[in-house]
Each structure stands twice: as C-alpha cells, then as structure tokens.
Design a protein around this ligand. Structure first.
Ligand SMILES: Nc1ncnc2c1ncn2[C@@H]1O[C@H](COP(=O)(O)OP(=O)(O)O)[C@@H](O)[C@H]1O
Ligand SMILES: [Mg+2]
Length: 1079
C-alpha cells in the first residue's frame, strides 16, 4: 500500500505559517529561525514559498529529492521549492494553465539560485528523448552564459544579477519542453566603466583574463594581469569561492551547447577585449589658440590595438573622440571635446558596446532556444529580477531596480492580498477586511504619466535649454514635494529642511521595503543614454560584422534626427509589458529572504529578517490566508474534475454546475463547514479537504482506467476469439474434407483388395479343378502304362534267368576296372622318385585302391632307381643318409652339407711326397684326410693340422712337415660335441683314464664337420666290438684341457663381427665362440 505522508509529518516548527498558533510577528520569526536552525530553509504560507538563503550547499537538491517530490501533492511532503515547481508544472501540463514563477527578494536573497532550481527541477521531471534533452540542455546552459556577462560581485552578493531576466519556457501538450524566450531588463551598464568599492566589473572580464589560453589572449592583444586595465577594479579582483578560469571554460562550453559558432564566440571575446582596451585610452588637455579646450589621446597604442580588434580606422575613432558633430536642420556643426567630454565619450562608448553586446547575446540565445513547432504552447515564465537594493550611494540604476521591485510587490499584493479579499466579497463570503500596506502610491509616484518621477526626468531630458541633474531635482522638489513617500532637503515640505542625513543633491523615496536615498548626479545622462553620433558612425564603419550590427543607427543612410526613447521610458514600458504578461498567468511565489548581511551560513539576524518579512507583507499574507479558504474553484471546472466521484454526476450532469457540485459534496459527505458555496465558485477551507477530493479522484481515475482497460481487454479477447472461431470453422471444414477423402480412399483400396482376393480365390479354385482334371488324365495314362507293363512282364517272365542281375553287375564292374587301369597306365607319372604328380581318381569307390597303387608305384620306382647304384655310390648315399639322421633339424650347418659330396680324401696324402713319412706311419687305409684347425687352448686361436681318419685311429699331424702330432685310437674316443649352429667347431672327447686322455680333449674346426662326424659315427656303428660313438649337439659343452674343464659356449655374433666365426678365451673357464647368424 502506498504510504501516505503529509507536511505535518516530522515537522520542525510549523511547515505552513497558516497553521501557526498564535500568529504574532514574534512567533512568525521564531518559527522561521527554528526551521532555519534545523536546515529547513523553506516554509509555506499557503501556496507561497518562503526561502531563506542558507549560504552553503545543502543536500536537498539531489536526484532522489526530485523523485521524492515528483507527482506529489503540494502539502504531502515537507516544504520545498521542488513542491512548488512540481505543482506549477503539473498544473501547466494537466490543467493547461500558463504559469509564472515570481521570485522576489533583496539582492543576495537567493532569487537566481531559486530560479535555477525551478528550471532544473522542471527539466528533470518533464519528458525525455534526444530532441527534448537537447532543448533542455540549451535552456539550462543559457544561464552560465548570461551570468558571465550579466552578473558581478557586489557587496551584497558575489554573483549578483545586474540585469533583470524573465524566461518563458514553452511546452507542448504532453509537457515536453519545446524551447524558450528570454527577455532581459536594463543591464547595469555603468558597472562597465566604474565599480563601487569592494565590487567587481562583470565576471566575463576576469574570466577571460584568467581562463583564456595564451594564444587566445595574444590574438585579443590582452595581458593576463588585471592591473593593466583601468576598467577592472583591483581591490576585489579575485573572489573566494569563484574560480574564474574554470568558469571561463564552463561559459565557452555552454556557448557551444547553446549553439554559438566558433567565429561568433571569437567576435564576442573581441568586443570584450575592445572594452578593456577602450578603458586604457587616456586623454590630455591641449589648449588651442582660439581659446577652446581640446583633448589629445595620450598613448595611441591601446587605441591602435583596439582599432585592430574592431577593424575600425584609427583616425576615424580618434576624430570621434576629439569632435562632436551636431546636426540640426540640415546643418552640421562640429565642436571640439574637452578632456572631460572625451572621457565621457569614451565611457559612453564602452557602456554602449557592452550593453548592446549583452542584448545581442540574449537575442542570439533566443534564436537558438526558440520553439520550432508552430503549435499552441503552454508557457511557464520564470522571473528572476534584480532584488531591492539599498547602497550607500544609490543612483539611477538603483532607482530603476527598486521601481521594478515595487511593481512586483504590487503584483503580489494585487494577486494575493487584494484580489483574494475582493474575491471573498465578490463571492459573497462573510469577510472582515485585513489591513495591509498597498504600495500602489509609490508606484504612482514613480510612474505616473503626468507627474511621476520618470515622466519628469524624461521631460527634463527633452527640454531645450541647459538641463542638469540639479534642474531635475528642482523640478522634483516642486512637483513631488507633497507626496508622502518623497523626501528632499529642498522640497517645499519644510519638515526635511533640517534633516542632515539628507544631502542637498539627493532625494529620498520611502519604498515599500525601506527608505532609499538617491543621488541625482548622472540621472539625466543615464536616462538620456547618449552616444555621440560620431562614435556610433565610427562603430558602424568598423570592418567587424558584430559591431556593425550593434550600431545600426550609425548607418549614415538612416540618419534619424529624432531622439531615441530614454532609458527610463523604455524600462517603464518593458516593465509594463512584463506586468501584464505575469498577470495573464497563474502566479507561483517564491519569496526569498536574506538571513544576514554577511553572506554567512548559520547566522540568523532576527531584525533583518523581520524587516524583510514586514515589507514583503508576509504577515498580512498569512492573515488573509487564515481568514479565508485555502482553495477555490469555479463550479464548472470543479464539477468537471470531480464528477466521477458520485454516481449522480457521472458521467454527465444535466443540471447546473453548482447543483452538481452540491450533489457531489453531499454524496461525499464532506462536512459542511469545510466549504461554502458562493456565487460562481466553491471555496474549500482546508487543503486537507482538497487532498481528500484529489485522492478520491485519483483512485476513481485508476478504477476508470481499469474499467476502460477491462472493456478494451474484453473487446480484444472477444474479437480475437471470434477470429479464432472463424478460423476454426475453416480449418475444421478443410480437415473434414480431407478426412472424408482419406476414408473414401481407404474404403476404395479395401474394396479393390477384397475384390482381388476374391478373384484370386476363384481363379485358384478353377486352377485347382483344372489341375485335378489334368492329373486325373495323367494318372489314367500312368495306370494304363503300369498296367501294360505288368501285362508285358507277366507275359515275358518265363524268358529271363533268375541271377541275370548279378552277372550284369559283375560285368559292369569289370568293365569299369578295366577302363580305370588302362587309363592309369596311359597317364603314369615319370620314373623320378621326386616327381609328386599322380592322376586324379575317376570314381570315388576306387579311393583306397587309387592311393595304394600310388604308394606301390612310388616304392617300385625308388627300387628301380636304387638298383642303378654302384657300391661306392651306395656307400656315399648311406653315409649321406646317416648324416641326415644325425644332423637333420639338429644342426644349422647341415643343410649346406647336403649338396657337398663326401669325398673323404681331400689331400691325396699317399701321392704327396711331403707326407711320405706320415702315410707310412699310418698303416690302415685312410678314410678321410683333411686340413682342420686345432683350437689353441690358451687363446682360442686356431693352427692348421692334418686330420686323418682310419678305421682305428684319428691322426693329427703338422700340415707343413707331415710330422705326427697325435694318434688317438678310436676306442679312446668317448664322444663328439658340436654346436647347433652353422659353425664347424667340434670337440673330440677322450675317455677318462685312457692313454690319449693325458693331453686332454681336442677342440677342432673343419669345413667338413658333418662328413667327419658322420664318418666317425659310422666307423663306430659298423665295428661290432665297439660301442657307438656319442654325438652331443648343444651350444654349451665342456672340454677337458689337461686338468681344467673349459666350457665352450656358442653365441650368436652380431653382424658387425662379419661373417666369420671367431673364438675367444673369455676366462680360464670359458671359451666363447661367436657364430654369425644364419641368414
Ligand atoms: N538554496 C541555496 N542553497 C545554497 N546557497 C544558496 C542558495 N540560494 C542562494 N545561495 C547562495 O547565495 C548567493 C546569492 O544568491 P543569488 O541567487 O545570486 O541571489 P539574488 O539573485 O537574490 O541576488 C549564491 O551565490 C549562493 O552562494
Ligand atoms: Mg540574482
């Protein structure tokens, strides 16, 4: 649920002075002070906001605050300027009423700040969007530009507006800003040439000198040092809390955003620089022979630079400072200017240059921010005009400013006090009149067309003859003397004759806000606002687009001999327009009050505040407010606004509006004392009643919105439903058609199927019958044939013998066998025992016979083959056979020996004379003679030996000499050991204890190893008296060398050892033979 808040929640003092009890001046001030001390600077009097300047920044202007006050009722939250801004904006947006925000108060009371707060609030809450944001930004950024050129430090305010500003912000029907129009009122231009003590010239001069980059300054022919320029007061050149350099950048940036072109900005700065230069031009007197005083420019350098800046001809300007041309009746008269007049001319030019530049800036800004669309606009005007001023030395400007404030007070009185009271009377409400001071008399004293001060000043200015400020004062003295608010020493009113606080050249006006003493000096001149025509013409001639625009009257083609309207006249006229403009709008008041004179925070000067409260008529304001009704509204709009709250008035009330409102109020049961029905309006006493109505209305609007939403949603759903239904019918019809089509096709298909099955069945039935008929016919034939056969066999049986079948069978078998053998004979393979071919068998029942015949044939051809062998050849083959039995698949050397014929005697010893002795020593027949390697037991190296084998002995002899080395009887031989590999190593192992065994076993190597061992074995197996020789084939065997047993180990040699067998003695127990791997 939404939390309801009220102004009354956590209130410090009283938030709305209307609720103050008791109401006295003291309690009023007490309340303000209490709130001020608690940082509550805003207090209401009804819908008027009183604002006390805190002179320090308070955290009450954050975006959160903006959100808090947005779309809330005025009295719902604690008093704030945002509440007023929100009220004004909503009333503009929702009720289509043009608004104006009137901000009044003394100089330094916070008017300008307040106007900026209002603008920023409105900018924050109104519409958003790229275009809208641009407009907002431009509107907001016009402030820094105007402040730089139109504000200055005064003793009252460090950022005092020295011009009046009224800005109309235009909105479209949605409340989005479209643009704006700024009007400016009378810039205090005298400040350009002279500033009171403790004050400064306009900010822009200081900002330019401290903030512009060096090259800009160089272009403008300026120096940073303020002291170089006569027009800049030095005693307060820098203001604490004001960063001129940073502000300069802000201003340039703002100008860019507002839409100033680069060259425009440059022109503006050139003019500012020119004003500074102008101030430095000094004159010296020069007497002429004709006795006339003349002046000369002291140092022409500044003039030269200024002319360069403005593009004017130096001589033209120089002449304009020395002569004055007066045109009268087609005659031109030139008079020389004395030094004082020259200075006057110089300052007049400076003031005019600057003030026209300022007006141009406003026009230029207006061009940028003006609303584009031509539709009707709603307008919110914000008026921030210079405040009431009382200085030590008050001149024409203060007079004008204070006049303007009088007018504003007048409008306040008109609208809040008089208007309100008169309205009560008009409406016939019982009313006791409340006394208040009406300042209309003061306004009349100043602006009366016949004898007002401004009228007389104009009269003086236009009068022929010598006119001085004194003559003007004389005139005032005669005409206004009797006025109760006018005082002067020389007035006929003798009561002031002895008033020493009133000097002779002054007059005093008792303003609504206090007495102000004006010095008449300068009134006439300032009102005349004369610029010698020579000067304006010189300016017009300048080769500078902006200057030319600023001095249109200098155009010789448009010489106008009529005097321009005086400053006072212009101001009065523009104030008049402003007032009628404000009166046409719904006013919202912010009354700014200064809590102290020292610009100090936390200081509340009771008497100062009291003074302001008095002259602002705040007490009267409260009294009128309390006596009357908080709110009023004409019957028609009231009924229109609240008619939805009652069944009888909603939606239309047929009768008169007043009756409608009465019905409405009765229905709502609002207590009768809370309102009264008057002639044309209903008056509501308490804001709370209004809130009650507003709240009800808001709820009701929500309900109505819900109702509209409901009906709309219903309509939307219904139309959607109808559409769906329509579509559903279409879809359904299409679907049905489709489904029927499918069904029909299915039935058709089924029918065809049934049909075809039936036809098939009928056809098969017919076929079966036909087949049966046919079979019957065939059966008949068969039966007939069998029958005939039986008949025949029965007839012929007596002609066949009983065992004819067996005979025929045997005969057939014989024929087949005969044919098989004959065929085999013709296809027999060759007689070679190794031929493996054999013809295929013709009949499977001959399988066994066929294989057997093959075996027999093979045996037979082997026998045939063998029978062709001689005895020697037979012995050789037997030997080979034995070798095969011994070594096949046991030693890798064997396959290579198969092809070698076993020659036996490789040396033919008996024929070799060298071995004569040896052959004689061996008496037996030599079965084998060969050269072997005897392996040295010590190192494994071999030495050649003759190896002879007889039936009984093995003989080893020296190869060269044939000398017998060893003769071992075969009976002493125990076994032969050899490896499984391709080497030719073999060891002859001797029987232990035999005679030959003394020297140890023999380790030999031979290329004919297989033959040697086969022969040794053969001899053993043939001799009946000896046991067979053991042959041991393994890669590791022991050999007895004298006493030691040495292990001979065969290893696979790596290929790097080459293809030869090598034997190495590894240690005294191991002899390693490395054998190349057989490929
Ligand atoms: N609401 C505020 N919060 C903080 N400081 C403020 C406020 N209003 C005014 N001031 C201070 O007072 C100074 C004068 O205010 P300003 O609006 O320029 O006065 P005025 O326009 O009435 O002459 C400002 O420069 C600012 O320092
Ligand atoms: Mg101001």
């Amino acid at each position: 649920m939404e939390v309801k808040t009220s102004l009354l929640d956590n209130m410090i003092g009283v938030g709305d002075m209307v609720l103050l009890e008791p109401l006295t001046e003291d309690s009023f001030l007490e309340n303000l002070k209490k709130r001020f001390d608690h940082n509550e600077i805003y207090t209401y009097i009804g819908s008027v906001v009183i604002s006390l300047n805190p002179y320090r920044s308070l955290p009450i202007y954050t975006p959160d605050k903006v959100e808090e006050y947005r779309n809330r009722n005025f009295y719902e939250l604690s008093p704030h300027i945002y509440a007023l801004a929100d009220e004004a904006y909503r009333s503009l947006r929702d009720q289509d009423k043009d608004q104006c925000i009137l901000i009044t108060g003394e100089s330094g009371a916070g008017k300008t700040e307040a106007s900026k707060l209002v603008m920023s609030y409105v900018a924050a809450v109104c519409g958003k969007g790229q275009e809208v944001n641009k407009v907002k930004e431009q509107l907001l950024q016009s402030n820094p530009v105007l402040e730089a050129f139109g504000n200055a430090k005064t003793v009252r305010n460090d950022n005092s507006s020295r011009f009046g500003k009224y800005m109309d912000i235009e909105f479209d029907f949605k409340g989005d800003p479209l643009g704006g129009v700024i009007s400016n009122y009378l810039l205090e231009k005298s400040r350009v040439v002279k500033q009171p003590r403790g004050e400064r010239n306009f900010h822009i001069f200081y900002q330019l000198l401290s903030g512009a980059p060096d090259d800009t300054l160089k272009k403008l022919k300026l120096e940073r040092d303020f002291s170089k320029y006569n027009y800049l007061s030095l005693d307060s050149a820098t203001v604490s809390g004001l960063d001129d350099a940073a502000n300069f950048r802000t201003v340039r940036n703002a100008m860019q955003i507002v839409g100033f072109m680069e060259d425009e900005m440059q022109s503006v700065l050139e003019l500012v620089a020119a004003v500074l230069k102008l101030g430095n031009i000094e004159f010296k007197p020069e007497s002429r022979c004709n006795g006339m005083d003349e002046s000369r420019i002291k140092d022409k350098n500044d003039l030269k630079e200024m002319c360069e800046l403005l593009g004017t001809e130096q001589s033209v300007l120089e002449r304009a400072f020395s002569y004055r041309t007066v045109e009268a009746k087609m005659e031109k008269v030139s008079t020389t200017l004395n030094v004082a007049q020259a200075y006057y001319a110089r300052d007049a030019l400076a003031k005019n240059l600057y003030s026209r530049l300022f007006s141009w800036l406003v026009t230029r800004i207006n061009e940028s921010i003006k609303a584009q669309a031509k539709t009707r606009h709603k307008v919110m005007g914000v008026l921030d005009i210079y405040g009431f001023e009382i200085f030590e030395d008050n001149s024409f400007e203060q007079f004008i400013i204070n006049y303007c404030n009088e007018k504003l007070q007048q409008i306040f009185i008109e609208l809040t006090l008089r208007e309100e009271q008169e309205e009560y009377i008009r409406e016939g409400i019982e009313w006791t009149n409340i006394e208040y001071f009406n300042n209309a008399v003061i306004c009349d004293l100043i602006e009366n067309n016949q004898n007002g001060i401004l009228a007389m000043l104009d009269e003086e200015c236009l009068r022929p003859g010598t006119v001085t400020d004194e003559t003007f004062l004389d005139k005032l003295n005669t005409i206004c003397a009797d006025h109760q608010h006018f005082e002067s020493r020389l007035s006929k009113n003798s009561k002031f004759l002895n008033d020493h606080s009133l000097p002779h050249n002054c007059f005093r006006i008792q303003h609504y806000a206090g007495k102000v003493l004006y010095r008449v000096e300068g009134f006439v001149d300032k009102n005349n606002d004369l610029l010698y025509r020579d000067l304006s013409q010189a300016m017009y001639k300048a080769n500078h687009s902006l200057i030319k625009q600023l001095f249109p009257e200098g155009n010789p083609a448009k010489v106008n001999l009529k005097r321009p309207p005086t400053a006072g006249f212009q101001f009065k006229a523009s104030v008049g327009t402003l007032m009628s403009n404000l009166q046409s709008k719904n006013p919202n008041y912010i009354r700014c009050i200064k809590p102290n004179d020292k610009k100090a925070s936390h200081v509340f000067n009771g008497s100062l505040v009291c003074h302001q409260a008095r002259y602002l008529g705040l007490m009267e304001n409260v009294r009128v407010r309390r006596a009357g009704y908080a709110f009023r509204q004409a019957y028609e709009p009231c009924l229109e606004r609240y008619k939805m709250l009652c069944k009888n008035t909603w939606p239309h009330w047929k009768g008169r509006a007043r009756q409608g409102v009465e019905v409405l109020m009765t229905d709502l049961q609002v207590p009768a004392e809370e309102f009264s029905y008057c002639r044309s309006k209903i008056f509501i006493r308490n804001p709370r009643t209004l809130f009650f109505l507003e709240e009800k209305r808001k709820q009701c609007l929500e309900d109505l919105a819900t109702l509209i939403q409901k009906i709309y949603k219903g309509w939307k759903c219904r139309s959607h439903f109808l559409l769906l239904k329509k579509s559903q019918v279409v879809v359904a019809s299409w679907y049905r058609r489709y489904a029927q089509q499918k069904k029909y096709q299915k039935i058709k298909h089924a029918t065809t199927m049934v049909q075809s099955y039936t036809r098939g069945w009928q056809a098969r039935k017919l076929l079966r019958e036909l087949k049966y008929q046919k079979k019957c016919e065939e059966a008949v034939t068969t039966i007939a044939a069998f029958w005939h056969g039986t008949q025949v066999r029965r007839e012929y049986r007596k002609f066949f013998r009983a065992n004819a079948g067996k005979k025929i069978y045997n005969f057939t078998i014989q024929r087949i066998m005969q044919k098989y053998f004959l065929g085999l004979k013709s296809k027999l393979p060759s007689m070679s025992p190794i031929d493996k071919t054999w013809p295929a068998r013709p009949y499977s029942f001959l399988d066994g016979v066929h294989a057997e015949l093959r075996r027999i044939f093979h045996l037979w051809r082997c026998k045939k083959y063998r029978s062709r062998f001689t005895e020697e050849k037979k012995a050789v083959y037997e030997e080979k056979l034995e070798a095969s039995e011994l070594f096949k698949d046991k030693k890798a050397l064997y396959p290579s020996s198969v092809r070698q014929p076993f020659k036996g005697d490789y040396l033919e010893i008996s024929k070799n004379p060298k071995y004569q002795k040896l052959s004689s020593a061996v008496d037996e027949k030599i079965l084998l003679a060969d050269v072997v390697n005897k392996i040295n037991r010590a190192n494994g190296k071999g030495s050649s030996r003759l190896f002879l084998l007889t039936k009984k002995n093995v003989v080893l002899a020296d190869q060269k000499t044939g000398q017998l080395k060893a003769n071992v009887p075969l009976t002493d031989l125990a076994s032969v050991s050899t490896s499984t590999q391709t080497d030719g190593f073999f060891a002859l192992k001797l029987k232990e204890g035999s005679a030959s065994a003394v020297k140890g076993d023999f380790l030999l190597s031979s290329d004919h190893l297989i033959e040697i061992i086969t022969k040794l074995h053969r001899i053993g197996s043939m001799a009946a008296d000896r046991e067979k020789l053991n042959i041991d084939i393994s890669d590791e065997f022991l050999v007895q060398f004298k006493q030691d047993k040495v292990c001979v180990k065969f290893i696979q040699g790596s290929p790097k050892n080459g293809n030869s067998v090598s034997c190495k003695r590894k240690n005294n127990r191991l002899l390693e033979v490395s054998v190349p791997a057989s490929s």
